[in-house]
Design a protein around this ligand. Sequence first.
Ligand SMILES: NC(=O)c1ccc[n+]([C@@H]2O[C@H](COP(=O)([O-])OP(=O)(O)OC[C@H]3O[C@@H](n4cnc5c(N)ncnc54)[C@H](O)[C@@H]3O)[C@@H](O)[C@H]2O)c1
Length: 346
Amino acid sequence: MAAYKVLVTGGCGYIGSHTSIDLLQKGFEVVSVDSLERSKAFVADRVSEISGKAFHNYAFDCRDYAQLRQVFTAHPDIRGIIHFAAYKAVGESVEQPLMYYDNNINSLINVLRVAEEFDVQDFVFSSSCSVYGNAAELPVSEATPLAEAESPYGRTKVISEKIIQEYSINSRMRFILLRYFNPTGAHTSGLLGEIPFGSPQNLIPVITETAIGRRASLTVFGDDYDTRDGSCIRDYIHVMDIAEAHTLGLQYLQSNRNTDQVEILNLGSGNGISVLEMIRSFESVTGRTLNYQIGPRREGDVIAVYADNSRAKKLLGWECKQGVDDMMRTAWAWEQRMQEENIREK
Ligand SMILES: NC(=O)c1ccc[n+]([C@@H]2O[C@H](COP(=O)([O-])OP(=O)(O)OC[C@H]3O[C@@H](n4cnc5c(N)ncnc54)[C@H](O)[C@@H]3O)[C@@H](O)[C@H]2O)c1
């Protein structure tokens, strides 16, 4: 039987590249469309190198419908789509909301249109725990009511989910919406990881950039919250665990196991880890002392959020294989590799 061919949009991005490797290693064929606006061309070569399989990226913007059609004309056997391509920086979305609505919404609409035209069966969409806003209950399950989005970025994910749900009513396509918590870490090969664009705000890149000397110090925003050590609690999940869930998601749709046309699944580790615990894990894994200080609380920070991931485990047979120490070890190896190879400047 011919291999299942999948279009991955944003296939040279952080999660898209790790997912492409996992898909290729499990027998899928992968075609990528990534404008490379927030990635680097060498990533496609790394995906091939690590997986040992062919991987081609078409470098154009998903908002270009004519070029999307050409990809499907060249690959009429594409049966599934994983749609990652989007902007993702919360702060930037507050500064430039139109840029976020334009890219994140119009890319999705175009990809859905081309999927319909070429009769694609399966569609996996990258959503985010940001749709829960300041969640009223813990752990957060898929039944937790969505709260007001905290940023234009978060709102693009709420709107995208709604677009898919409304579109699905008159479509034969099957959908999985994956709500990621905090993806982190890097590929265990040491050859690939997240390439920061601009100044990253996420905790782990800030930790590794501080350790390598790109930042003088790191600030913990508040140690007087009502948590076990006073710092905020988040649910971190290794990017390779996130990647595998996409492969399992496509296999799930492929084998007609879905009961709902649109399945929504949380992808988190299920464990809440505090900022101070993350710092301690980094120090113990790497043997380095981090230069950090306690600062005031940061406006808008949620005190604690972590996932109920039982639905993804049950439906996909998925589980997290990597713990916090693995996240730190791989993120640190990647930060060092980026410095050695001057990857930010490539
Ligand atoms: N990383 C996270 O913390 C996180 C958390 C929740 C959800 N997500 C979502 O997961 C998806 C992937 O995130 P990521 O961390 O891999 O981000 P990323 O920025 O590393 O990857 C996105 C890729 O898409 C490309 N891209 C963006 N817009 C495009 C367009 N219009 N056409 C073609 N290519 C385009 C970029 O060049 C980039 O390589 C995004 O939809 C993001 O919103 C990410």
